[in-house]
Design a protein around this ligand. Structure first.
Ligand code: SF4
Length: 663
């Protein structure tokens, strides 16, 4: 239940300006104009009840800027404010560092010390019932692949069992080192599988329920975009009642929501349903589903990976068979609910219903994905992901646009503040707002800038003289350029490549040429590699996607960021290519709306790795000449901070040499 301070009228609470200043003083920081502007803008959005997008560059102190008005609103309206992040790193930063310090700093200024908690999806908490009573087998089949994995999983299972005895939160992230998905699945349930606290024998001490109850009592609950999406999209409410949501790392929202609503079907999902239902219904009925699953397995193994634009007859028949046989199993299981006095049986039936529903609903959804009259009417795309030795070939279905869903379900009756260092693409928020489903006049946008002096601190060098990147790996001229730049910088380089293949090829080719240590993503855990990179100035680190967004290394260890090519999505990426074609079919510019926006966002994120503190300086070298020559280059450049720009190869070399000499 919410805390009882609603009696405090608005006028009795200090202003956000006062609270921010008190917090900054208590934390030993200095006033930053961007932070003050953002705090006031968030307060205004709350007062006016309007959605707000805030671009706030690195170093603005944006978490404080939104937490202060959020806490004030929570106390003022006796409600809980939801703060959502895309990454665990930011979630940890908020809960372990920012909120404890801020709460302490504001305790004397407010009626009570601000309270906060973290809430994740049910799968992230140990299910006490499953851990003690056991559940019907999970995923035996997965373990048959490799005996080494069986024993590795066995060891993890044992570790979870020991941890289960002592954990106070049941939160998977507190289990260090982490465990595999396969091991964890044996101790966790999805929201659909959960028996419900009132029926579950462990309901009173359930970790997920305790976390939820706590979330309803605090001023600020920190969660992730996936749970935010589930809360908004499903009819079950997972989060406490709230009328204000702050979406941090908002540039990730659409991708995270898309992942939540992506459906998948493989022979493994079908055989899981068969195993779960097997002992509960007559065997011949379960066998029909098993056979349909085997048909699917054979079909997917023989089909080429990629988009499935037209429904092949045989796939249509198989999907229809899966739909009908899973429905028959559901009917054979009898009415839902029941088994009140037998929780074990109830658990088994619930698990079976969940797996069967998944197969049935996904098959129906895939069949319906082909019900459109024209390309412009298409709502969903179906594609086949090829398998690996750990994963079977899997058919997936995802919406071409989640804007409508977000608009209706998330933005509907609450105030949403969306923030990130990167929201204005090509200098405007319109692209992002369109993806969120917000039309003109339905939101306000503000760029509070950055405390960094970009033109003085950073050079954006585009190697206009180099050839365009081709399909056949890195051209020799690129390797020569990278070598010379790294030599000028004396190491200190983060290499951001558009693919893992390119990162590995560059590492292999350059290790012999350079006399500085060269690390490549995949050599060890990314966290350890970044640590090594930060600790030794001469060390260089090459890698791909997660490094574009996740490296935060202030100081002299990072003076040069190299980007090999404009990061357009791969032309064979099923979802982005389908989205591009869909926009074009509706009369829009598919390339600019999808591919160029995607590239602009990643470029802005990648270039954002260079300046992480007030004293940082350096060079961003983009080897792909299209950033200087292509017709869309203005749009891409307009999405980046105002670095000093050059295409003269001598300029970055001289600047890097100077910086290296200063170190
Ligand atoms: S209420 Fe659900 S999640 Fe909690 S212990 Fe019971 S079955 Fe597990």
């Amino acid at each position: 239940m919410p805390v009882a301070f609603s009696a405090v009228p608005d006028s009795h609470l200090p202003s956000v300006e006062h609270l921010l200043s008190a917090a900054v003083n208590a934390l030993g920081g200095s006033e930053r104009q961007g932070q003050i502007t953002m705090t006031k803008a968030v307060q205004r959005a709350v007062d006016e009840d309007e959605h707000l997008a805030v671009q706030a560059g690195t170093g603005t102190g944006k978490s404080l800027a939104y937490l202060v008005p959020s806490i004030r609103h929570a106390m003022d309206s006796d409600t809980t404010v939801v703060v959502s992040t895309a990454t665990i790193a930011l979630q940890r930063q908020l809960v372990d560092r920012d909120l404890p310090r801020l709460s302490e700093a504001l305790a004397k200024e407010l009626p009570h010390e601000p309270s906060f908690s973290i809430l994740k999806g049910r799968r992230n908490y140990l299910c006490r019932y499953k851990a003690t009573a056991g559940w019907p087998e999970e995923d035996e089949q997965d373990q048959l692949f490799d005996p080494r994995e069986v024993s590795a999983t066995g060891r993890m299972v044992q570790r979870i069992q020991e941890w289960a005895e002592e954990t106070e939160t049941g939160d998977r992230d507190e289990l260090v080192p982490g465990v595999s998905e396969q091991a964890w699945r044996q101790f966790s349930v999805s929201a659909q599988e959960c028996l419900g606290a009132t029926r579950c024998p462990s309901g009173a001490e359930c970790f997920a329920e305790l976390a939820r109850a706590k979330a309803g009592e605090v001023d600020v609950v920190v969660t992730n975009h996936a749970l935010l999406a589930i809360d908004a999209m499903s009819d079950m409410s997972v989060l406490p009642e709230h009328d204000l949501v702050v979406v941090d790392e908002a540039h990730e929202l659409v991708d995270r929501v898309t992942s939540v609503v992506t459906g998948e079907l493989s022979d493994v999902s079908v055989s899981l349903a068969v195993r779960r239902v097997g002992r509960l219904i007559e065997q011949p009925i379960a066998d029909q589903l098993l056979e349909a699953g085997e048909d699917l397995k054979a079909l997917l193994a023989a089909a080429p990976a990629g988009r499935v634009d037209e429904l092949p007859e045989v796939l249509g028949l198989t999907l229809a068979l899966l739909r009908d046989t899973s429905a028959r199993c559901v009917t054979a299981l009898g009415p839902r609910g029941g088994d009140k006095d037998d929780p074990d049986k109830a658990g088994q039936r619930k698990a079976a219903f969940t797996a069967l529903d998944e197969v049935h609903d996904t098959a129906v959804r895939m069949l319906e994905a082909y019900g459109h009259a024209t390309e412009a009417d298409r709502a969903e795309v179906v594609w086949l992901d090829s398998g690996t030795d750990r994963r079977p070939p899997t058919l997936r279905v995802a919406p071409l646009n989640v804007g409508g869903m977000l608009r209706e379900r998330l933005f509907g009756d609450r105030t949403i503040v969306l923030t990130s260092a990167t929201l204005a693409l090509g200098g405007t928020f319109d692209g992002m707002a369109m993806q969120w489903g917000l039309g003109k006049g339905e939101w306000q946008g503000i760029d509070v800038g950055s405390p960094f002096d970009h033109p003085r601190a950073g050079i954006l060098y585009v190697a206009k003289h180099l050839p365009q990147p081709g399909r056949d790996g890195l051209p020799q001229a690129y390797l020569d350029e990278i070598t010379e730049l790294i030599q000028a910088a004396g190491g200190r380089t983060l290499g951001l490549f558009s693919s893992m293949r390119a990162a590995k090829a560059a590492t292999e080719a350059l290790r012999d040429r350079l006399d500085v240590p060269l690390l490549c993503q995949g050599d060890d855990s990314t966290m350890l590699l970044v640590k090594q990179f930060a600790e030794d100035e001469a060390t260089c680190l090459f890698g791909t996607l997660s490094l574009w967004q996740g490296v935060d290394v202030p100081g002299p260890s990072l003076r040069l960021v190299i980007i090999d090519r404009v990061p357009f999505p791969r032309p064979d990426d099923p979802l982005t290519s389908a989205r591009q074609r869909h926009v074009a079919a509706k009369g829009g510019n598919g390339f600019m709306t999808v591919a160029a926006n995607h590239a602009a966002l990643l470029l802005a994120q990648g270039t954002g790795r260079l300046l992480r503190s007030q004293h940082d300086k350096g060079v961003i070298a983009v080897l792909d000449p299209r950033l200087a020559t292509a017709r869309y280059s203005g749009f891409l450049l307009g999405s980046l901070p105002p670095f000093w720009r050059t295409t003269d190869p001598a300029v970055p070399r001289a600047a890097l040499k100077r910086l290296a000499d200063e170190s």
